[in-house]
Design a protein around this ligand. Structure first.
Ligand code: ZN
Length: 281
């Protein structure tokens, strides 16, 4: 036990496994902050005691705090020390921050918020594609829908084809900022077992109908129709597979990073994925 630590430090574990020290310190501090165990305005314990608490050198600790500052979680100021910032300042698209938020979703409800943001962005992109697209763009979407139909009976391939469809639409739209944000959110979300949720028996048929409605609206240049079809699809599919509120998941039940359809933000094509995804959307 290190003497003279402020109350905040009591929530900090005393030792972390050797070998992944810097990454582990960052991950641990990110989790303490996003879950509110280190609250907005709280000061991190001083560098010396904190590095001893984590069992890392001051250099490792200093680098870790710098990473936190880059993620917008803390502000380091001379004289005042390191202070936790309000959630509005956090970079929630940062993979470590977003994963920590999603991993703690049972108390934070972040996947509901993520669904709202995804639906808004993808609706806007669907609308702009309906308003203006090339024949080639429409053909790409129709092909993506056909690939979904052809893989209907195979859960992994169907889910992969679903992702390919969403990514194709984002790429056809010319809104690079919306595409980028939506892909970041999607990529982290699909790594979460909680996001995959439950898989009702009619999910595949409904998913196909909803995707077909999006393509139809785009084909007839119906901007409002395409926006609504995408919005209804993303919200509807989340409602279908959403777990009850506050249903806890153990760490071991979480999906392994990169186990499903994306690698470095890009859907893989062709080969079936390992693992057993629970649902499609
Ligand atoms: Zn979909």
């Amino acid at each position: 036990m290190v003497p003279d630590l402020p109350a905040e430090s009591q929530v900090i574990p005393s030792r972390l496994p050797v070998g992944r020290l810097g990454v582990a310190v960052v991950a641990e501090l990110v989790e303490l902050i996003v879950t509110g165990r280190l609250e907005e305005g709280a000061l991190l314990p001083p560098e010396g005691p904190l590095s001893e608490r984590f069992g890392v050198s001051r250099t490792v600790l200093r680098e870790s705090v710098k990473r936190l500052e880059e993620k917008g979680l803390v502000i380091v100021s001379q004289g005042r020390g390191t202070q936790v910032l309000a959630p509005g300042y956090w970079n929630m698209l940062d993979p470590v921050v977003l994963s920590a938020l999603i991993d703690n979703d049972q108390s934070l409800g972040v996947l509901d918020q993520l669904t709202i943001v995804r639906a808004s962005l993808e609706s806007a992109m669907a609308g702009s594609v309906a308003a203006s697209h090339t024949t080639e763009g429409l053909r790409r979407l129709e092909n993506a829908l056909t690939a979904m139909r052809e893989s209907e009976s195979e859960t992994d391939s169907f889910r992969q084809a679903d992702v390919v469809f969403h990514y194709a639409l984002m790429e056809i739209s010319t809104n690079r900022l919306a595409e980028n944000i939506a892909k970041h959110l999607y990529k982290r979300a699909v790594e979460s077992t909680r996001y995959q949720g439950i898989n009702p028996p009619d999910a595949t048929a409904l998913t196909l109908d909803e995707h077909a409605a999006i393509v139809d609206a785009i084909a007839r240049n119906d901007q409002a129709g395409a926006e609504k079809a995408m919005h209804d699809h993303i919200h509807g599919s989340w409602e279908r597979r959403r777990l009850p509120d506050h249903a806890p998941l153990k760490r071991s039940q979480r999906a392994k990073p990169q186990s499903s359809e994306t690698q470095a933000g890009k859907p893989q094509s062709g080969k079936p994925q390992s693992g057993k995804p629970q649902s499609s959307e």
